[in-house]
Design a protein around this ligand. Structure first.
Ligand code: FES
Length: 267
């Protein structure tokens, strides 16, 4: 699992003024929105006796621990210990660990690492159509697999003719060669390829699209935990179909991953 990256760790719409626990990278984090709607990310462990802050509650810009009621600011500093007299100084160690956090393109992004702000990589920019002319379908699930294996599957088209031969891969000829055109930059990679037929001219889809539709597929990965599969069927003509599947994989630990996905289709 990779350090010093921005991780898309939750849907924006899920994070509210109620604390939300995120389990990722063998750690527990808590997210909440302050009174201005800004998202705050803290380690989900109170520095007093280790209670989960996510079981506590938000008061204005602060979160209060559910155990002894210590109150923490968004910068992690404790500003109130109910059992102490008001004039008692707050111990210097009474500070919860905080994490840089951003909100963009439907996700909450948490930076896990120790790089200073100026050296952190930029967030990816997804194609605008994913958020405008398409319909988003959100999905949360947990699977027993390393997250990197699942990412690999979504950018590997060559497996479709074999493992999916009884479902959506049945119309792709077994001997169909795939020639990727690959472009990479420091934080992402794109592979494109196209083919001109589903193999049989008698399929319903071929019929609806006027026979031998052209497929263009673009598979993109964005480090550290996102893939995007874009499939255009039928060129630019009437009846063309455009499908985009954007998936953010949550690396819970070495053996489990959660998936926060939006799958989108239309046009
Ligand atoms: S464990 Fe959080 S206040 Fe005591």
């Amino acid at each position: 699992m990779l350090k010093n990256f921005w991780y898309a760790c939750e849907f924006s719409s899920v994070v509210t003024h109620q604390p939300t626990q995120i389990v990722m990278l063998n750690q527990r984090f808590v997210l909440y929105r302050d009174s201005q709607g800004q998202v705050v990310a803290l380690k989900d462990q109170c520095p007093h006796r280790g209670a989960a802050l996510s079981l506590g509650w938000v008061e204005g810009d602060c979160i209060r621990c559910p155990y002894h009621g210590w109150k923490f600011q968004s910068d992690g500093r404790c500003i109130e210990i109910p059992a102490n007299a008001p004039e008692t100084p707050i111990p210097k160690k009474a500070i919860a660990e905080t994490y840089p956090v951003k909100e963009s393109q439907g996700f909450i992004w948490l930076f896990y690492g120790d790089l200073p702000e100026a050296e952190r990589h930029p967030l990816p920019t997804f194609p605008a159509y994913l958020f405008s002319d398409m319909h988003a379908a959100y999905n949360d699930e947990i699977e027993h697999a390393n997250y990197a294996r699942l990412m690999e599957v979504n950018i590997d088209f060559a497996h479709v003719v074999a493992i999916h031969r009884k479902s959506f891969g049945q119309r792709v000829p077994m001997n169909k060669q795939i020639r990727y055109q690959v472009q990479e930059d420091d934080w992402s990679g794109v592979a494109k390829f196209s083919y001109d037929s589903l193999g049989s001219s008698k399929t319903i889809l071929n019929f609806l699209l006027g026979g031998r539709p052209e497929f263009t597929t673009t598979l993109t990965y964005y480090l550290p935990n996102i893939t995007l599969a874009e499939i255009h069927v039928g060129g630019k003509g009437r009846g063309a179909i455009k499908i985009g599947i954007l998936v953010a994989y949550l690396p819970i630990d070495e053996k489990h991953r959660g998936v926060n996905a939006f799958s989108i289709a239309t046009s």
